[in-house]
Structure formats: structure tokens, C-alpha cells
Design a protein around this ligand. Structure first.
Ligand SMILES: [Zn+2]
Length: 275
């Protein structure tokens, strides 16, 4: 696991597996003078999660070392099992997600747990605690989510799956994109994913990317504005080619490994099933 500070209030933790990113966000310090003498720790949220048991167990000490308060809320960009694991580390802390994700989780109870179990069995991973999603706070998207005296912006991000949101941290100019804008993974149409919705999400994210200092994709390296805009263009090009040429569509440069071709085959099958 690797932790990198993007801003005094934003740390990205990257899991050793799947290059999965988890973002720790702390509310900005109040204006000087306003809270004179008051040493209250600013509110902290954890967005998405690392995947390995040891990494999840390290989150509390990482927060402490960084002088971040224990989280008052967990947020998930979408309902795929690998993004909702923070509840294993913090079973008592509420999990918030987009209305679309809350609906998905309640429509398929136990799905994340089943996928986690088969992942863990395949890798012989053991966990001290099971994953319980408990009651989920459903957040209206587009919308805002208060953190201390500030707000995170929530933007709809569907197409990879039928649900999801991207988060914009205005004072740090960080975009937490969910499973979009990855430089290591081609756009993947998972269960419930849809090509037109994916393209619409990329266009919705474009103006945020253009003003971002850092873009945190669900998987892969944190990107600067220019690189993320280039990935966005490549993704648009790939998705249009996928729509027009199906299996013959060219994969984005640098994302043509056997694993990416496997994802591409999945996308082609997904489109064929919808026809
Ligand atoms: Zn993911």
C-alpha cells in the first residue's frame, strides 16, 4: 500500500492489488481567527477502499499519523464490491453513496459480500471481520455533501455500471472519478453498464477535469489535468469505435495487454447482448 498526499487535506492510498485508490479527505481548516483557541480536529471522510486485509487495518494509524480525525463518514463512488470495503475497517461508521448505488445495493443484497468471498477464496485471503454494509445513506446526485464547514460536490457517474458518482473537492481541486479516467484500464461496461451513459459521464466530467489539480481514478495512477484529458479523449475514441466496429475497435495506446483485451471482449459481448 502506498499513501501520497495530494493536498494538506487529501491523501490517496493505493492498494497493492488492482491499483485500487482510496481517498482520505479532511475538511479545510476554518479561516484564521474564526476558531481561535479551538483545536477541534476537522471532519474526515474516507472515499472507496483498499482491498487487502492488512491495508484496511492500517487505515486508522495512517489517519492518526497524518493528523486526520477518525472518519465520521465513508463514501463509495459506486457499488462494485472492491469500492465498499471500508466498512470492514470501520463497521460502525455510516456508508454514504449515490441514490443510484443505494438502490442497486438494496436490489441485490449480499452481492458485494459474495464477490468479496470468491475473490478472497481465490487469493487465500482471510479477514478478521465480515463485510456488513448496514444501513446506507442515500445521497441525492447531483448534489452536495457537507464536510465540516465545506462541501463536496457529487456528480452522476454511470455507464461503467448503472450507478455511481464522482466527487469534486473544491478547495483542493481534486476529482475523485470512480471507475473512469484510468490510464491502466480501458472503459469497462460492467453489469448494468451502458455505452451511451458512459460517454455522457465522460462529457460531464470533462469541465471538472479541465480545472482539476489532480484526478483520482478508481484504479491506476493519480493523473494531472493534461494527462487525464488525454485519457478522456482516448476513452471517447475507444467507446465510439466500440459502438461502430465492435470487436474490431482499436484499444487505447498503452492499454492493449491481454487483460485489457479480455475486458474488450467483455464489452463486445455486453453490447451484443443488448442488441
Ligand atoms: Zn473498481
Amino acid at each position: 500500500m502506498r499513501a501520497v498526499s495530494l493536498h494538506r487535506d487529501v491523501i490517496v492510498v493505493t492498494s497493492a492489488l488492482l491499483q485500487l485508490n482510496c481517498t482520505l479527505v479532511r475538511a479545510p481548516a476554518p479561516e484564521q481567527g474564526e476558531a481561535a483557541g479551538e483545536q477541534q480536529a476537522a471532519e474526515t471522510f474516507i472515499i472507496d477502499s483498499p482491498v487487502l486485509p492488512d491495508e484496511l487495518e492500517l487505515l486508522p494509524s495512517l489517519l492518526q499519523q497524518s493528523a486526520f480525525a477518525p472518519p465520521s463518514g465513508l463514501l463509495a463512488t459506486h457499488g462494485d464490491w472492491d469500492h465498499v470495503l471500508a466498512r470492514i475497517a470501520y463497521p460502525g461508521v455510516p456508508l454514504g453513496c449515490a441514490e443510484s448505488t443505494a438502490a442497486r445495493i438494496s436490489a441485490e443484497p449480499g452481492a458485494a459480500q459474495r464477490e468479496l468471498r470468491s475473490f478472497d477464496e481465490e487469493l487465500y485471503l482471510e479477514r478478521r471481520r465480515p463485510l456488513t454494509l448496514g444501513s446506507i445513506q442515500s445521497l441525492p446526485v447531483p448534489g452536495k455533501c457537507g464536510i465540516g464547514d465545506a462541501e463536496l460536490e457529487l456528480h452522476a457517474a454511470d455507464g461503467h455500471t448503472a450507478d455511481g458518482m464522482a466527487l469534486w473537492v473544491p478547495w483542493a481541486r481534486v476529482l475523485i472519478a470512480g471507475d473512469y479516467l484510468s490510464s491502466v484500464e480501458i472503459p469497462a461496461l460492467n453489469e448494468g453498464g451502458e455505452l451511451g451513459a458512459y460517454l455522457a459521464t465522460l462529457e460531464r466530467l470533462r469541465p471538472l477535469v479541465a480545472q482539476a489539480e489532480h484526478i483520482v481514478p478508481g484504479h491506476g495512477p493519480v493523473l494531472g489535468c493534461e494527462r487525464a484529458l488525454a485519457v478522456l479523449e482516448e476513452d471517447v475514441e475507444y467507446l465510439r469505435a466500440l459502438r461502430e466496429q465492435g470487436a474490431d475497435a482499436e484499444l487505447p495506446p498503452g492499454r492493449r495487454s491481454p487483460e485489457q483485451r479480455r475486458l474488450h471482449t467483455g464489452n463486445v459481448a455486453k453490447l451484443a447482448a443488448l442488441e
